[in-house]
Write a protein that binds this ligand. Structure first.
Ligand code: NAI
Length: 356
């Protein structure tokens, strides 16, 4: 396996293609930036229509991780990996072991963890082949383990901050949640605890039954974005906000965990045109990577809690700046994150440090 350089939206990325016939492992690892530190980003195990679709997703997600890590003030760059879900029976351990060997090609410049389709047990398997794995079970009090509850907490804090800023109280608000996976479900439980009403949808029948058992209001998957609510929380896969769904959105505020919620860059403007407040995804969903980073730096849970707690003031500052300028919060966030990376690149000693 070799590292190749590929151009993605104006910047070069380092890419390894995984194509292991013995296990059936196919996919890509993309390192977008190591300017601020090793490239951190999880491993997605999902169905893709083609190798090209998998590569584009990995490239886009890796770029998003660079912005997310910079914005969360972490000394980490951005990367991501995607594995194609094999068709038919397959040996999951063999696929994840092959993936671990591919991670090693970057010799520590890429650090992996769980993402959509992978969990703590999978990371244990990857760990048997590579030391560059996080999101593993840790001793109590130490940071680490499954990052999803931290992601959910950051999103919850952001929802509460933006709802309150618009004069809403969570206890009398309705939140429409798309996707009841590891993050979405935990988020719903926090919202419920705060007294909010929920409308939820998931393509997975088991998750829907779990929601129904808790008395949460259920929506058809195709209608959840239309639900009349105070906040729409996309917590499934990317692209929830596109020309069609934005025109139909039933909530004035969008805050959710999903990565890459905007299908295209123009969708940020579409939301602005409809006076819908959009909280940039990578700012509010940074709780998971904050936890994973703390595991890497062997920190305590208290430090994770403090950093996740800072997400709400960060998102409010971005929204205020965007309102002052009359632009989308997505634009303000991108500008701030890119400026942080550019500043580090031009800092005295950066190139010397990188070369050593
Ligand atoms: P997950 O795989 O546990 O959950 C995703 C859920 O969405 C599943 O229950 C799935 O059935 C559902 N889903 C898929 N397509 C759907 C659709 N069209 N409509 C409704 N539901 C649908 O994933 P997880 O970990 O909960 O992540 C959710 C999102 O948050 C992803 O976009 C992920 O990239 C992002 N994220 C997750 C983090 C984490 O700590 N787990 C960290 C940062 C972002």
């Amino acid at each position: 396996m070799n590292i190749v350089e590929l151009e993605y939206e104006g910047r070069s990325q380092r890419v390894v293609r995984i194509d292991d016939h013995a296990s059936g492992a196919r996919g890509y690892i993309v390192v977008d930036s190591t300017t601020l530190g090793p490239a951190m980003g999880g491993c997605r195990f999902w169905h893709y229509e083609s190798d090209d679709a998998a590569l584009i997703d990995a490239q886009r997600l890796a770029r998003g991780m660079s912005l997310k890590n910079a914005m969360a003030d972490l000394p980490l760059g951005g990367g991501k990996s995607v594995l194609q879900m094999p068709t038919g029976d397959f040996d999951r351990t063999a696929v994840l072991t092959a993936f671990g060997h591919a991670v090693n090609v970057f010799a520590g410049d890429y650090l992996t963890a769980e993402d959509v389709g992978t969990g703590e047990n999978d990371m244990r398997v990857v760990r048997s082949a590579s030391p560059f794995v996080l999101g593993l079970p840790v001793d109590s009090g130490k940071a680490g383990g499954n990052p999803s509850p931290w992601t959910a907490l950051g999103v919850f804090n952001a929802i509460r901050a933006l709802a309150e800023r618009s004069g809403r109280d969570l206890s009398t608000s309705t939140i429409a949640v798309q996707g009841l996976g590891q993050v979405g479900f935990a988020l719903c439980e926090m919202l419920k605890e705060a007294g909010a009403s929920l409308i939820v949808a998931d393509v997975n029948q088991t998750r829907m039954e779990m929601a129904e058992a808790r008395g949460w209001k259920i929506s058809e998957v195709r209608d959840i974005h239309r639900a009349s609510a105070d906040v729409f929380a996309p917590c499934a896969l990317g692209g929830a906000l596109n020309a069609t769904t934005i025109a139909e959105l039933g909530a004035p505020i969008v805050v959710g965990a999903a990565n890459n919620q905007l299908a295209t860059a123009e969708d940020a403007q579409r939301l602005l045109d409809r006076h819908i407040l959009y909280a940039p995804d990578y700012v509010v969903n940074a709780g998971g990577v904050i936890s994973v980073a703390a595991e890497y730096f062997i920190e305590d849970e208290a430090e994770v809690r403090a950093r996740v707690g800072a997400i709400s003031s960060r998102i409010v500052a971005i929204v205020e700046q965007a309102e002052t300028e009359g632009v989308s919060p997505a634009l303000v966030a991108d500008r701030m994150a890119l400026a942080r990376i550019a500043e580090a690149e031009t800092a005295p000693g950066y190139r010397t440090a990188r070369a050593s």
